[in-house]
Design a protein around this ligand. Structure first.
Ligand code: ADP
Ligand code: MG
Length: 720
């Protein structure tokens, strides 16, 4: 079995071992030949390179294939980067002031062209050799009938032909400051060569022979050689695969270790019985048949709860996928084992909806449910507090109010948190301290984080996914309309209202305090009031600058069907359930992110009627906006949308992932390299299962690398 304390101790001893052994890679970058103090400062500040190892792990952004040489008469006006062997015959300075430049005539057997410099004229002029063969490389442009390359990479043919010269030229990440201060890509290449000669003996294998054999991986040393000095495409591809796999393997390994430590450390109450309440409800009172996905998830949860370790599970399911019934079944298991359960929602309205819905579902069971929110009366509170403490209350539903010190459970066994991103981590952990042993935790979210990403972001949570909607749901029809079609849209709204439906009209409010957005909203409200006048139409308005009481009042009018139109900002984004609402109009839709659009759309399509989502925009749209709108009109699948979102914005921006700091990946791409990530996780998991303490000799490379990574935290500091 896995022993946390022992493991930590072992890692402690590894530190010393690795620190001694990997000395050279940890050398400050200042000491590398060709660097020196001022370049070292630049490398540190511009690229975060502090040590030899950091430089070694600076991977090229792209490669230029220099396996081809061109003659001057082969040149085409394509602006492509090419290399040409030739000689400089003349140098002259032309122009004045800012257009002053150095022009060299460059010839080969087939013709003549120009090489041009705008900066560093004196320096270049002094060094250029006349009538000596060079290799010139750069982007070719044509002016009149003459080809030229501005600021070419110029290298003596003699130098070019010897040494560790890459046939394919790596292009390293750079900044303007770096190139202005003379740390060009060529300098980078040179530094990489020097570095490689210094450290190549220390590039020990990091993976076990089994894994290397199974995946036919290139050795670590060879992979580094080929990533920095590739000779041909095929080897480069293998090197990239190897290094990506390695990176993802150790990330997954670390997450799995963390997960195991977590399980070991935190004991929990085992819920061994499946009893009266669960069985009765499941067999007699289920209002519908569970979907396959719901069944699977309930099974996963039951399995977790049966163990004497605390459950920490994230339940992901798109809006309307039916998470509530799963929550209830989970609570019934807790109750059947003699425990209490609580369900926390981010807003009062949501808490009330849960309370009403769950009370109805449990009508025929002998279960007591109560609601506690900020507006609960003192007398109600007292009753709740008492019945919680004497154990007669089984389920408490509420808002943040659940976290007050006065709320003391007799024996809380399960805490369910709905729409987790509205709660801070601190608030989450506060619940843990209500009892001797922490309750099991189930977090429900509709934020569709791609499965593979969830693995990395929520490494310490187990993830269940409801990836199937209940049968008979009508897909929401989504259309994109330009502002000048507004009258038609209003006509459509009028028809829907005539049929008894309700309408949402949402305005962007990126920052709740932005005066401009507020004005947009109010202008919109006024024009809608004119278009849909009282007393025929009733309109609610909700925005972030309203007092909570007023907000709830307006919201309730809409929920109860007293108003037909809800004009709102994104405050209605989360969770509200008004099955009668059939149209979601989103104004300035180009200003919303994909996940937000998807969340908003999820407010409709909850009843049996056909629902619609109308995305309103002006005519001026960026490429990204177009992609977002097209994605929305093409699909209702939250996971597919999340993938597009991820590609557009990168993982750092994805909703719900900011707090985790996300992965600072050096070579792998979390989206494109999904498959490698899955493989890496599989192998990491197998190794941990087979040899939890990494004691087998074949796992020594993994143990050493892992320990080194833990010690030199540069990859791991994203873990909270
Ligand atoms: P969410 O995952 O967004 O919280 P809910 O739990 O509120 O979704 O469920 C949305 C609606 O779908 C509810 O009206 C619920 O009764 C219904 N529902 C849930 N599961 C099923 C099912 N298996 N078959 C039919 N209807 C279902
Ligand atoms: Mg819900």
């Amino acid at each position: 079995m896995f022993n946390a304390g022992e493991y930590a101790y072992k890692i402690g001893t590894f530190y010393i071992f690795v620190a001694m052994n990997a000395g050279k890679l940890q050398t400050p970058i200042d000491y590398l030949k060709g660097v020196g103090p001022s370049r070292a400062d630049l490398l540190r500040s511009e690229l975060g390179i502090h040590t030899y190892q950091d430089l070694l792990n600076l991977f090229p952004n792209r490669y230029i294939d220099k396996t081809q040489y061109y003659t001057i008469n082969q040149l085409q006006p394509t602006s492509a980067d090419v290399q040409i062997i030739g000689k400089v015959t003349h140098i002259k300075t032309v122009g004045e002031g800012r257009s002053k430049r150095l022009v060299a005539t460059y010839i080969d057997q087939t013709g003549a062209m120009e090489l041009v410099w705008f900066k560093g004229l004196k320096w270049i002029r002094e060094r250029l050799k006349i009538n000596v063969p060079y290799v010139a490389f750069g982007r070719v442009q044509r002016f009149g009938s003459t080809y030229s390359i501005a600021h070419p990479d110029l290298e003596l043919l003699e130098e070019h032909e010897k040494g560790l010269r890459a046939a394919m030229q790596p292009v390293y990440p750079s900044t303007e400051k770096l190139s202005n201060r003379g740390i060009t890509n060529r300098v980078m290449n040179g530094l990489m060569q020097t570095l490689f000669q210094e450290v190549h003996k220390e590039l020990d294998e990091s993976l076990s022979p089994d894994i290397i054999e199974a995946l036919k991986l290139m050795s670590r040393k060879k992979a580094y050689l080929n990533i920095h000095f590739p000779q041909k495409q095929e080897n480069l591809a293998r090197a990239q695969f190897r290094l990506k796999f390695e990176e993802l393997f150790f990330i997954q390994f670390q997450l799995l270790v963390k997960n195991q430590l977590h399980k070991k450390k935190i004991k929990g109450y085992p819920f061994e019985n499946i009893g009266e309440n669960f069985t009765t409800f499941y067999n007699k009172h289920l209002p519908f048949e569970l979907t396959g996905a719901q069944k699977r998830v309930v099974k996963e949860i039951r399995n977790d709860l049966g163990k004497p370790a605390q459950m920490n599970r994230l339940l992901q399911g798109d809006v309307g996928s039916g998470k509530t019934i799963v929550a209830l079944l989970t609570m019934l298991i807790a109750i059947d084992n003699g425990f209490q359960a609580c369900l926390m929602a981010p807003t009062e309205i949501l808490a009330i909806q849960h309370y009403q819905g769950l009370s109805e579902l449990c009508e025929k069971l002998d279960i007591k449910i109560a609601l506690l929110t900020g507006s609960s009366k003192t007398k109600e509170r007292r009753i709740i507090h008492e019945s919680l403490e004497d154990g007669s209350l089984h389920i408490l539903i509420g808002t943040h109010a659940l976290l007050e010190d006065k709320v003391q459970f007799k024996n809380l066994g399960l805490a369910i948190i709905d729409e987790q991103h509205r709660f801070g981590v601190a608030q989450r952990s506060k619940l843990w301290h209500k009892n001797d042993l922490p309750p099991h935790i189930l977090i429900m979210t509709a934020t569709p984080i791609p499965r593979t990403l969830a693995m990395s972001v929520y490494g310490d949570l187990d993830v269940s996914v409801i990836d199937e909607l209940p049968p008979g749901r009508k897909a929401i029809k989504t259309v994109h309309r330009y502002d000048n079609n507004r009258l038609k849209v209003f006509g459509f709204i009028r028809d829907e209202i005539k049929k008894g439906r309700q309408i949402y009209i949402v305005y962007p409010l990126i920052q709740e305090s932005e005066a401009l957005d507020y004005k947009d909203l109010m202008d919109g409200y006024e024009s809608i009031s004119r278009e849909f006048p009282m007393p025929d139409y009733q309109i609610s308005i909700v925005h972030g600058q309203m007092k909570p009481d007023d907000k709830d009042y307006e919201m309730n009018r809409f929920v109860n069907g007293e108003t037909q139109i809800m004009v709102a900002t994104t405050v209605i984004e989360v969770g509200v359930n008004v099955p009668n609402a059939s149209v979601m109009v989103i104004e300035s839709a180009e200003r919303f992110g994909l996940s937000q659009l998807h969340q908003l759309r999820g407010r409709v399509g909850r009843g049996t009627d056909q629902s619609y989502c109308i995305l309103m925009t002006g005519h001026k749209l960026s490429e990204d906006s177009k992609t977002r709108l097209q994605t929305m009109t093409r699909t209702n699948d939250g996971f597919e949308i999340a993938e597009v979102d991820l590609k557009l914005r990168g993982p750092g921006d994805l909703m719900g992932t900011q707090q985790s700091g996300m992965l600072n990946l050096k070579i792998a791409d979390i989206v494109k390299d999904n498959e490698i990530m899955k493989a890496a996780r599989g192998y990491a998991s197998a190794v941990l299962k087979d040899d939890p303490q990494l004691q087998k000799p074949e796992n020594a490379p993994i143990r050493q690398t892992y320990a080194a990574l833990m010690k030199f935290k540069n990859i791991w500091n994203y873990i909270s």
